[in-house]
Design a protein around this ligand. Sequence first.
Ligand SMILES: [Zn+2]
Length: 197
Amino acid sequence: MSGSLRIVDAAAAAGPHDHVDIVFRDGYCLRLRDPRRFGAVLWTPDDPLHHPLLRNLGPEPLSDALNGRYLYHSARGRRVRIKPFIMDATVVAGVGNIYANEALYCAGIHPQRAAGRVSLARLSRLSKGIKQTLQCAIDAGGTTLRDFVREDGHPGYFRHHLQVYDQEGAHCPRCHGLIQRRVIAQRSSYFCTRCQR
Ligand SMILES: [Zn+2]
């Protein structure tokens, strides 16, 4: 969230929220800043993918393992709503709230729809929507809402591409209806009731 991993001069004094330096031979270091202490650095002599914190994760969203068919099979019989479903890291890793909102808008799926009742064709659109949204955000350097900075200390510019997130009361870019906000599974959800069903 508001933490950062940055490449800095290893001689640069650490700030109050800098917790870990990994120092390289060339005099630079990878520095972890974590003001809210949500992060963790763990050492394991074994394959990191077998670590308890990682072994139950779903596929990487930008890999081929995430596709409509995978989402369809994972969602069968599930009554959970589609938005918390795609934010569940055991289903797919790393789709946070901002990107879940944007991907569902992209796919035209209402965030409160039961995951198990979305068709294969629409889940294929959702899978593409997730990939597109994340790739576009990566290209823009991420999303700066308050104090997020990239590894070079600059903000991310994906905020300028957000179509529904944090846009309550604004006009939908597609149909010019009003974007609504509703709390779903404790998270702010933004959507267009005309474009998302
Ligand atoms: Zn709309």
